[in-house]
Ligand binder design. Sequence first.
Ligand SMILES: NC(=O)c1ccc[n+]([C@@H]2O[C@H](COP(=O)([O-])OP(=O)(O)OC[C@H]3O[C@@H](n4cnc5c(N)ncnc54)[C@H](O)[C@@H]3O)[C@@H](O)[C@H]2O)c1
Length: 246
Amino acid sequence: MSERVVLVTGAARGIGAATVRTLVARGDRVIAVDELPLGSEHRDHEQVAGCVADVRDRAALAGAVDLALDRWGRLDAAVAAAAVIAGGRPLWETPEADLDLLWDVDVKGVWNTAAVAVPALLAGPDPSGARFVAVASAAAHHGLHHLAAYNAAKHAVVGLVKGLAADLVGTGVTACAVSPGSTRTPMLDATAALYGLPDVETFAENQLLRRLLDPDEVAATIAFCCSREAAAVNGSVVHADGGFAP
Ligand SMILES: NC(=O)c1ccc[n+]([C@@H]2O[C@H](COP(=O)([O-])OP(=O)(O)OC[C@H]3O[C@@H](n4cnc5c(N)ncnc54)[C@H](O)[C@@H]3O)[C@@H](O)[C@H]2O)c1
């Protein structure tokens, strides 16, 4: 087993759950945070400690960091994957509530995760191996129709990561974003529903791979970004998107 301890938000399903699986397989120990309970795969796993928390609740997230320190004595990386999607209408018809929700969960949720995790990364035994990884999106780099609020939120995640990396200069701790393309998860089902599509398969056409990504493929990139070896990926974005070209 590795010494490393990683906190993952959005860990109950989709890309977050796949990230937990990948990290556990390589021997890391994981604090798995989600507003939903963990699935059976990770619920009773000795390398996983579950924490039910809403990423909008900074105190609850601080509790997740405390859990890492109490149980395993260190925190080496944090992955902010929790997010929601909303949209389906042009910007001028989008309810303000959609923008507020996306700002609160998809941007401030990542901000909150960094705010509670980075002090523990800095204080840990190996800060030069410590990583903060935010999950952004192809929507952080393109304008996807009828998703203006989600576009804005995900662009903000990239800005957040760049600012964080600048604040971390000289500490050894690094920050980056991973931007997935269309990946077979419940969020992609929700996106198809927003567009009134019968299923998710049509999204494959947006990727040069001409197929949807599997969550484990995106998780492989996120897990690399969590590793000591990923120091070169700092203040920047890794596009794990199968060649996204809308
Ligand atoms: N699936 C895709 O095609 C795709 C593409 C680009 C980016 N992404 C991004 O990847 C990340 C993971 O998405 P996914 O597809 O696995 O989504 P998903 O909906 O399958 O999983 C998201 C997880 O986040 C949790 N979550 C949502 N709001 C929360 C909150 N307030 N507090 C705590 N947990 C909360 C959910 O309970 C869920 O377990 C997100 O940041 C998403 O924006 C996904």
